[in-house]
Ligand binder design. Structure first.
Ligand code: NAD
Ligand code: MG
Length: 390
């Protein structure tokens, strides 16, 4: 039996992971499931999978979780420290699918105890790539990509030497507004930004897909995960979302990973790695697909991409600044306090301020400096938003 834990079990990635585990439940011993405010879902899954412990990220919900688990034998706990404690419980395979920088500490704790970490939480690598990789190396733990593009690159690289790679091309659907007139973007509503043309995902990543902040995070994630130089990484808009990434080699060959837009493929690949096993995903009929199209991302439509590229080139703690400011700007857009196009402007303001005040944070990357930088970026994003409002 493999011991598995799922962080962010109640979310979109978490539920897809549970779906795969239930397919072969006898093979898995579920240690930890975590969630947020959806206590009913968390308790239901913890009972069904007979987890050792269920954790809600929010301390005020501990009593609700206890009540929902009464008589089940599943332990209940709550709060950010409980998440880290749960992550340090021995497991063979841990899914990191909390959304945002909140996923960093539990992910590090899982690596420290030697678990294979299936990483959906791209924010960990954006904020603290070097720290995450170093933690894995020290503990002898394995990191596997779950983001569809990175899983695709990982698969295209099997059996290849990294020094024969010329370029990595990650695809982007273009998001909800890819065909909108540019002048209309400023009026985009929350509901419009929350609907993805191809993928069914959590709300935050869906909005990040419309703005391309998601692809900007993925550029940085690609550089960190595969250790390639920024100039080698390209983004192409591919509205059908069937090719997830391509790897170009020194002989001109381009290896593409093609599959339906279903995250159970990338999750299942990470769950079964190093083997491949049958997965309940649609098989593509290319004659029915008919055609696949590609185009260059427009600079004016997707300023987040330019910012992400600058951060990828800059490296260090700028990733934590970028992500923290983006999370805060997204919170404000979700709350109706700023418009869609304001998000990139706020993040750019914060990045400019970070560069204008060198030496403000110690650039040695430790968990402490990453958390301080993340906090500072959020405070600066708030003050940038206040300045604009008043
Ligand atoms: P989601 O919003 O559907 O789920 C997020 C999960 O994190 C939930 O279980 C929620 O309860 C929990 N959570 C939220 N805030 C938390 C906090 N402060 N502390 C602890 N837990 C918290 O998100 P998702 O779409 O499943 O995405 C999860 C991660 O996977 C993100 O990093 C996202 O970028 C990445 N990802 C998602 C997809 C996808 O298809 N959904 C694809 C690629 C990568
Ligand atoms: Mg992705």
């Amino acid at each position: 039996m493999r011991r598995v834990s799922i962080f962010g079990a109640t979310g979109s990635i978490g539920q897809n992971t549970i779906d795969l585990i239930r397919n072969a439940q006898a093979e898995y011993d579920v240690v930890v499931l975590t969630g947020g405010r959806n206590i009913a879902q968390l308790a239901k899954d913890a009972r069904a999978l007979n987890a050792d412990v269920a954790v809600t990220a929010f301390s005020d919900l501990l009593e609700d979780l206890r009540a929902a688990l009464a008589g089940s034998g599943v332990e209940a706990s709550a709060g950010p420290e409980a998440l880290v404690e749960a992550a340090s419980r021995p497991a063979d395979w841990v899914m990191s699918a909390i959304v945002g920088a909140a996923g960093l500490k539990p992910g590090l704790a899982a690596l420290e105890q030697g678990a294979t970490l299936a990483l959906a939480n791209k924010e960990s690598l954006v904020c603290a790539g070097a720290l995450v990789l170093e933690t894995a190396r020290t503990a002898g733990a394995r990191l596997l990509p779950v983001d569809s593009e990175h899983s695709a690159v990982f698969q295209a690289l099997i059996g290849e030497e990294l020094d024969t790679v010329e370029r990595i091309i990650i695809t982007a659907s273009g998001g909800a507004f890819r065909d909108w007139r540019l002048e209309d973007l400023k009026d985009a509503t929350l509901a419009q930004a929350s609907s993805h043309p191809n993928w069914d995902m959590g709300q935050r990543i869906t909005i990040d897909s419309a703005s391309m902040f998601n692809k900007a995070l993925e550029l940085i994630e690609t550089k960190e995960f595969f250790g390639v130089s920024p100039e080698m990484i390209e983004v192409v808009v591919h509205p059908e979302s069937l090719i997830h990434a391509m790897v170009g080699f020194n002989d001109g060959a381009l290896m593409a990973h093609v599959g339906p837009p279903d995250m159970r493929h990338a999750i299942g690949f990470a769950l079964n790695w190093p083997k491949r096993r049958t997965l309940p995903v649609e098989r593509l009929d290319l004659a029915t697909v008919g055609e696949m199209t590609f185009r260059a991302p427009e600079e004016a439509r997707y300023p987040a991409l330019r910012l992400g590229r600058a951060v990828m080139n800059r490296g260090g703690l700028s990733g934590a600044v970028f992500n923290g400011a983006k999370e805060r700007a997204l919170d404000a857009f979700l709350a109706g306090r700023i418009g869609f196009v304001d998000m990139a402007e706020i993040v750019e303001d914060v990045l400019t301020r970070f560069e204008a005040e060198p030496g403000l944070v110690d650039e040695t990357m430790t968990l402490e400096t990453v958390m301080q930088t993340d906090h500072l970026a959020r405070v600066w994003a708030d003050s940038a938003m206040e300045k604009r409002a008043g």
